[in-house]
Design a protein around this ligand. Structure first.
Ligand SMILES: Nc1nc2c(ncn2[C@@H]2O[C@H](COP(=O)(O)OP(=O)(O)OP(=O)(O)O)[C@@H](O)[C@H]2O)c(=O)[nH]1
Ligand SMILES: [Mg+2]
Length: 465
């Protein structure tokens, strides 16, 4: 249990108002030394008008909100002082609080205290940082779902099922000599374990989507040289990001930037045009183009004239397992005529003039296999959670393999699950089950979390949160 009383500015500097937070056992006593009223007996959830003073000098007229343990964000006695936002006032108020015995809070210390005081679990604490950083609707929805305990609830259901599995297994162990006792059907045990593992796999698999939403869905813009790829990147970004010229092979390296379409972030990657070249540097650029296609979820293949069968085969081969959008550019050119061979749907645009750009944006948005997120959707966005889920999966898979092996070694329906010549000792299965449970608990912090892990989680927070 922490004993320091901490203070920090909770709002970004530069606004009309600034909020200073104080939390800890001495919060109201310390504040009373610099405030015009005594707040030590103030009722919870009350707001007090008064002034902050340095001796007899008035520093500011403020509103103080009082929260009482355990019904506060941190679970401790705490207060928020709404001051005017001048840098002088805010620094002065912090200085006075520190003189009276507060210490400056570390990054994320309020949220860490909330976690340590049982106000939220670790995954919810991490969601607080994501919520503050969320710059679009999809990221906001994911953070909100996690903050409201989405993943915690799911994990606690899995935990209940794992505990059930453990007790059934242990029953088998304890009574393995009593052949006349009825035990849980072995295939039921196996299917229970498999079912839990499917849920774990499902959660772990959502990480790829979570990452895509958080960092932007990668979209590679590829095609031959000079078709207008860089012009398209600039048009989508509404910015002169990449060099455009009528020289073939202008873009040598990949260029990336993000934009939001309908609340989802896309990361566009402009690439070097694909052609045969003896230029060493350009060749390296073209290899990077292939690497970009490999990493992309969506490939925009751009042409400015009807592609030959050979190019079409190449397009299809390279964009296997990707969403492919074929774009015909430069439709403003008077000589452009309708394509005859290509029967695949085309989006026809002029990147230079911005013609039909919104059709392309809509096609890109529709190509995402990401459903519109609800706050109830559980998507893993955090690498720490993903790591724990993958390890839990490995442990549980060993249990499943062990159960399956033991199952096939049995002949009579009522004999024990574990026979003498059983391929895996039963206590190893119990151990793996325990490891599965412990590993899943790491996500919500149910197990005792080492200080080093906690430090790593909270160091990325801003001060004041
Ligand atoms: N008329 C017309 N010209 C375009 C259009 N889009 C691009 N261009 C021109 O085509 C030329 C090549 O454009 P870039 O965007 O540099 O083409 P790129 O595909 O990035 O070329 P590399 O980087 O060399 O592979 C430039 O002169 C552009 O102005 C368009 O929609 N209409
Ligand atoms: Mg280019």
């Amino acid at each position: 249990m922490s004993v320091d009383t901490i203070c920090a500015l909770a709002t970004a500097p530069g606004g009309a108002l600034g909020i200073i937070r104080i939390s800890g056992p001495q919060a109201l006593e310390i504040l009373s030394h610099v405030f015009s009223k005594n707040l030590t007996d103030a009722k919870p959830n009350t707001v007090h008008f008064g002034h902050i003073k340095d001796g007899t000098e008035v520093i500011d007229e403020v509103l103080v909100s009082v929260f009482r343990a355990p019904h506060s964000y941190t679970g401790e006695d705490s207060a928020e002082i709404s001051c005017h936002g001048s840098r002088y006032i805010l620094n002065k108020v912090l200085e006075l609080l520190i003189q009276q015995g507060c210490r400056m809070a570390n990054p994320g210390e309020y949220t860490m205290r909330a976690y340590l005081n049982g106000k939220m679990d670790l995954s919810q604490a991490e969601a607080v940082a994501d919520l503050i950083a969320a710059s679009n609707e999809a990221n906001h929805q994911m953070a909100m779902s996690q903050l409201r305990g989405g993943i915690s609830t799911k994990l606690s259901q899995l935990r209940d099922q794992l505990l059930k599995l453990t007790s059934l297994l242990e029953l088998e162990l304890d009574f393995s000599d009593h052949e006349d006792l009825e035990f849980a059907d072995r295939s039921e045990l196996l299917s229970l374990a498999k079912n839990i593992n499917n849920h774990i796999t499902h959660l772990a698999e959502s990480f790829e989507t979570g990452q895509a939403i958080k960092q932007g869905i990668p979209v590679a813009i590829v095609g031959k040289t000079n078709v207008g790829k860089s012009t398209l990147l600039n048009a989508l970004l509404r910015d002169d990001r990449a060099i455009v010229s009528d020289v073939h092979g202008t873009t040598r390296d990949t260029i990336e930037d993000t934009i939001d379409i309908n609340g989802i972030t896309f990361r566009f990657i402009d690439t070097a045009g694909i052609r045969q070249t003896s230029d060493q540097v350009e060749q390296i650029g073209i290899e990077r183009t292939y690497a970009a296609i490999d990493k992309a979820r969506i490939v925009i293949w751009m042409v400015d004239k009807e592609p030959l069968q050979e190019e079409l085969s190449k397009i299809n081969k390279l964009s296997e397992n990707k969403k492919l959008i074929i774009v015909r550019n430069k439709i403003d050119k008077t000589e452009s005529t309708p394509f005859t061979i290509v029967k695949i749907p085309l989006i026809e645009i002029s990147a230079k003039h911005g013609t039909h750009l919104s059709d392309l944006e809509q096609a890109i948005y529709e190509a995402t296999d990401i459903p519109t997120l609800q706050q109830s959707d559980i998507i893993v966005t955090n690498a720490r959670h993903y790591d724990a889920l993958t390890r839990a999966h490995t442990h549980l898979q060993r249990v499943i393999d062990g159960l399956a092996a033991n199952d096939s070694s049995l002949s009579t329906p009522h004999s024990s699950l574990f026979t003498l010549n059983s391929p895996l000792p039963p206590d190893l299965l119990s151990e793996d089950l325990r490891l599965t449970l412990d590993t899943l608990s790491e996500i919500t912090g149910g197990q005792i979390t080492p200080n080093e892990v906690l430090g790593n989680i909270f160091k990325n927070f801003c001060v004041g949160k």
